[in-house]
Design a protein around this ligand. Sequence first.
Ligand code: KG4
Ligand code: ZN
Length: 343
Amino acid sequence: MSSIVMGIESSCDETGVGLVRLRDDGGVELLADEVASSVEEHARFGGVVPEVASRAHLEAMVPTVRRAFDTAGLRMSDVDAIAVTAGPGLAGALLVGVSAAKAYAAALDVPLYGVNHLAGHIAVDTLQHGPLPTPSLALLVSGGHTQLLRVDDIACKITEIGSTVDDAAGEAYDKVARVLGLPYPGGPPIDRAAREGDPNAIAFPRGMTGPRDAPFDFSFSGLKTAVARWVEGAQARGENIPVADVAASFQEAVADVLTAKAVRAATELGIGTLVISGGVAANSRLASLAAERCADAGVELRVPRPRLCTDNGAMIAALGAHLVAAGCPPSPLDLSADPSLPV
Ligand code: KG4
Ligand code: ZN
């Protein structure tokens, strides 16, 4: 008998509800993926405001759940298990999702699984590309995280092998966009502007690539500051800012470091598959450079489609389905949110 798993995501500014079917052969199929975003409410602040996000989750939760069931053509009584992001993320935002998931699990009398948001970003790839070979390497790049993770078992064994020591890659995109007068979130407008620019116009620094630096850690704060200084210098000289060239050169520095370290990690650890996920995985230059370098190194590259890369409920439902398939014990009904939950 196949099972239906509902996933609820509310760790940041997206209220996501996903429904998946876990087939008897262990495959996981996407049935619905509904997202309500409060991103526009945060835009004028240039970043996510936690209280605004929590309130938006509260308003959007029940309507988003309803939409997911309508899309899938299912009834709530069809659900066999519920998974919810227990962390990491914003405390108040997480609590809305965890509370809703507990209420649905209690009312429907089905098991509840509190899951890790980062593992969800990796698990989502199985909805598009099928079972993940093990071990795999995951490069998780979003507004809140930049990590290299070794995946031995998506349900229970994920090990961090590197992470950013300061800003996340997406955070650097958002801050550089602000300096260039581009809107929030900064990734998409920088990606677009960069298409018209020269990636070699300005030699921005590649953080954490010195011989003494940790080989799999990242740093984007120096790059962000270098871009801000360069722009301030040009402004002080009364010059027009070549936005496309700055965007392309910044983007090249980010993509260069991310792909070089990920491919090096895969090669040194003898891992044949690299998954890139999280909002920044939607970046066109990151995708093209990763494809080029993975092909040269003989590493299989898997990048879920952009809609699956950004925060959503389907990734949590997919991870929940893998936990059900692995026979993992459910969480107790007094599950609480953990803003700094490790992988
Ligand atoms: O995964 P996500 O939706 O939310 C977090 O968990 O943070 O990632 C959002 C981040 C933002 O910083 C946004 O600027 C970035 O992903 N992003 C991009 C692109 N699309 C979104 N960064 C670079 N290029 C893109 N095309
Ligand atoms: Zn995320």
